[in-house]
Design a protein around this ligand. Structure first.
Ligand SMILES: [Zn+2]
Length: 63
């Protein structure tokens, strides 16, 4: 059983030709949102950024 996808813009059932949208107009609206920055790309905290100094800063203690 296939559940029809809904247009993320207006909520109407999506049309195959304009998936995932219901029309080219809604596809344009979505595109404009990207260009205007309405969609915020979620930043992830997975990236290992060292916050305290450099990783090899303590090497000199061996001497
Ligand atoms: Zn739509």
């Amino acid at each position: 059983m296939i559940t029809p996808k809904k247009c993320p813009i207006c909520g109407k059932p999506a049309v195959e030709k304009f998936r995932p949208f219901c029309s080219s107009r809604c596809a344009d609206v979505d595109l404009n949102r990207w260009f205007t920055g309405a969609y915020v790309i979620p930043a992830r905290d997975d990236e290992p950024f060292p916050e305290n100094g450099l990783p090899d800063a303590d090497e000199d203690e061996n001497f």
